[in-house]
Design a protein around this ligand. Structure first.
Ligand SMILES: [Zn+2]
Ligand SMILES: [Zn+2]
Length: 420
């Protein structure tokens, strides 16, 4: 086998694949893929969402970075993250230590959710991406790859080595002023893994990858329906059926999208008071109890002159959840009133809350980092308060609510108002 020809062949397939039509996942417009603009971008003609980016994207780079992330996740999980010396006793923690402590403090659901997000899903996400991109690189095609990539993309926002790393920095800064703290090898591997996971995101061009897996329609035709998972433009008969490329369910408009999204938003809303008024954790030091709510945690960071971290926690824990709540309510009203105003702004806001919603986990991960360290029988103990599981539930419920909302509903409702 001529390796050179193989490399050239797969490089040509990557840099110059057949393009054809695409269905915008944000507004539903089916359109021919045009030339990239001078900045290497291709935007939807109707809602202006970025459809594709040429500059800085490469299948080889995404494959190399996801492989690096996957390999680094192993030592990051096995080696010690942080270790402390409290009155001569040494304690060290690994990434999963917080999970164990949450479990022992009788918060099993919280422990399971955190374990899935910081330990299990990162391995599936980056291991899966390595396999799919590696097979594509080797010239393998077929529907099984489409199904796999759809699942890998679905779990992407739930795999959080990067968010956990930020929580780790803040957790470290909360412990270090009180007790001598050493950064372990696991932390350095986690920093490297989080870095490569962000570069994977930056270099991975998902639509070009989807075109390698299978073709979309060659040109847009009236009545076409779009797959919201892989953006394939499909004939109208696929409405309500499975996508031939990724096997995901295809809908012209997703059934009961507003009602389902609102149900999860309201479920989150019910938990807001518990999440913000009760303590996240109580710090029991030599017989005096110091409860920390989300807001007192922010104030303590300001007092300790860590203004940057205070701002990060404030935005992640307070601004983003309320922004999501406001946005989802606005979208629901917009669909209900068939508003045709500010559709582009609402679409951009939707994309933004999908992207940043996961960062609200920072405060939960901060507690998960220092919880297993701050423990010395009779002198020091940290116990989890009601706000932590409530806040985690708020974040998860509003992320699900955002996922369940179909932004195309706003465009369809406006179209219906124009037609009627
Ligand atoms: Zn669009
Ligand atoms: Zn699809």
């Amino acid at each position: 086998m001529q390796i050179g020809a193989w490399l050239r062949g797969s490089r040509d397939a990557v840099s110059n694949p057949p393009r054809g039509a695409v269905a915008c996942p944000d507004c539903g417009a089916v359109q021919a893929l045009r030339a990239f603009d001078t900045h290497g971008f291709l935007h939807c003609y109707r809602c202006a969402s970025p459809l594709e980016r040429m500059r800085g994207r490469s299948l080889d780079a995404a494959l190399a970075c996801s492989l690096a992330t996957f390999l680094l996740l192993w030592p990051a999980n096995i080696l010690p993250l942080l270790s402390v010396d409290i009155l001569g006793a040494r304690r060290s923690s690994v990434i999963a230590s917080g999970v164990g402590t949450l479990w022992h403090q009788d918060w099993p659901l919280t422990a399971i959710a955190v374990a899935i997000e910081i330990v299990i899903l990162p391995f599936f996400r980056y291991g899966g991406l390595v396999v799919v991109l590696g097979l594509l690189r080797a010239g393998v095609r077929g529907p099984a790859l489409g199904r796999a990539l759809r699942w890998i993309e679905t779990i992407d926002q739930w795999a959080m080595p990067d968010v956990f790393l930020f929580g780790g920095f803040i957790g470290y800064s909360r412990v270090a002023p009180f007790v001598p703290t050493r950064i372990g090898g696991g932390a350095y591997c986690l920093i490297a893994a989080a870095f490569f996971s962000m570069v994977t995101r930056a270099t991975f061009e998902r639509r070009a990858t989807w075109r390698l897996i299978g073709p979309s329609a060659e040109r847009p035709e009236p009545g076409m329906v779009g797959c919201q998972h892989c953006d394939a433009a499909l004939p109208a008969r696929y409405d309500g059926a499975r996508c031939p490329r990724c096997a995901g369910p295809v809908f012209y408009s997703r059934p009961a999208t507003v009602a389902r999204s609102l149900a999860f938003t309201v479920a989150g809303l019910v938990l807001y008071p518990i999440a913000y008024l009760y303590p996240m954790e109580a710090n029991d030091r030599l017989d005096s109890l110091h409860p920390y709510s989300i807001m007192t945690g922010v104030m303590r960071l300001v007092d300790a002159h860590m203004v940057f971290f205070a701002a990060v926690v404030f935005v992640a824990s307070i601004v983003i959840p309320f922004l999501k709540l406001f946005a989802l309510a606005w979208f629901a009203i917009s669909v209900h009133t068939r508003s045709n105003r500010r559709l582009r702004l609402k679409t951009r806001l939707y994309r933004m809350i999908v992207t940043i919603g996961r960062w609200s986990h920072i405060d939960v991960f901060t507690v998960a980092v220092f919880l297993p360290l701050m423990h010395l029988r009779g002198f020091l103990a940290v116990s989890v308060g009601w706000a932590l599981p409530a806040f985690l539930a708020v974040v998860i419920l509003t992320m699900v609510a955002t996922d369940l909302f179909d932004p195309r509903a706003m465009w369809r409702a406006a179209e219906a108002a124009d037609d009627g």
